[in-house]
Design a protein around this ligand. Structure first.
Ligand SMILES: Cc1cc2nc3c(=O)[nH]c(=O)nc-3n(C[C@H](O)[C@H](O)[C@H](O)COP(=O)(O)O)c2cc1C
Length: 223
């Protein structure tokens, strides 16, 4: 089955197995990281912003149902500070429903050019309606209309369903587009961070921060 799939894409299984790189760009140690994981993130994120990524703020958000069945998807980070990491979405989407029943989530950044990965875990809360409105109003007109048009994660018959919803809301909101009641921000409030720096021979550097009694404990993990 797999062999068939690989051949049909003109790539052999061996070619895939042979994809590997040596990581040599940087290093990480308990001594050279910031004591504050938010500051460490800010330092790395500044480097990412200066490294010509197409979507520097793209991150994977993993959520899970109450029963622990996980799902993951990419969203865009829209802000971070010492309170946490914010993204915007539809509160009635699959992720929104999962967060409703289980507020624990995990964020993942992979910046391949810098040979870096960051994992952040914690609890998710909704940002205030005012914060969502402020951000919503910065979005381009058609993106604001799109937020009304899409009942995110629901099954639709075909593409014309969403196109006609879009046109309907364009007619309805010709200039001012209010914040849709089901749309807004989530903030992940971290209790754990892991910074991963690729190193030669798979002996990567991994530094983990865990919050215990308001103090960030810093430890090295085996790669
Ligand atoms: C680069 C990229 C950025 C995305 N940004 C967002 C985002 O900021 N918010 C969002 O709701 N979906 C975003 N998406 C779409 C999500 O990956 C996903 O399809 C959608 O949120 C529905 O996920 P769900 O059904 O698990 O709730 C983005 C997708 C990609 C590939």
């Amino acid at each position: 089955m797999f062999a068939f799939l690989f051949h049909s894409k003109n790539m052999t299984e061996k070619e895939i197995q042979d994809l590997r790189r040596q990581y040599t760009k940087s290093t990480l140690s308990v001594k050279n990281v910031s004591k504050d994981p938010f500051k460490q993130f800010e330092k790395w994120f500044t480097e990412v912003m200066n490294s010509g990524f197409f979507e520097p703020n793209a991150m994977t958000v993993a959520t899970a149902t109450r029963a622990g069945k996980p799902s993951a998807r990419v969203v865009l980070l829209k802000g971070f500070d010492e309170r946490g990491f914010v993204f915007y979405t539809n509160y009635k989407s699959k992720k929104g429903n999962e967060l409703e029943e289980n507020p624990f989530a995990s964020l993942l950044f992979f910046w391949d050019k810098l040979e870096r990965q960051v994992r952040i875990e914690g609890r998710i809360e909704k940002v205030s309606e005012q914060e969502s409105t402020d951000y919503f109003n910065t979005r381009p007109y058609k993106s604001r209309v799109g937020a009304w048009a899409s009942k995110q994660s629901s099954v639709i018959e075909n593409r014309s369903v969403i196109v006609s919803e879009f046109l309907k809301y364009m007619m309805k909101f010709r200039t001012h587009v209010p914040l849709p009641p089901v749309w807004g921000g989530y903030r992940l409030v971290p209790d754990s961070f892991e910074f991963w720096q690729g190193r030669p021979n798979r002996l990567h550097d991994r530094i983990r921060y865990t919050l215990s009694k308001k103090i960030w404990k810093i430890e090295r993990l085996a790669p």
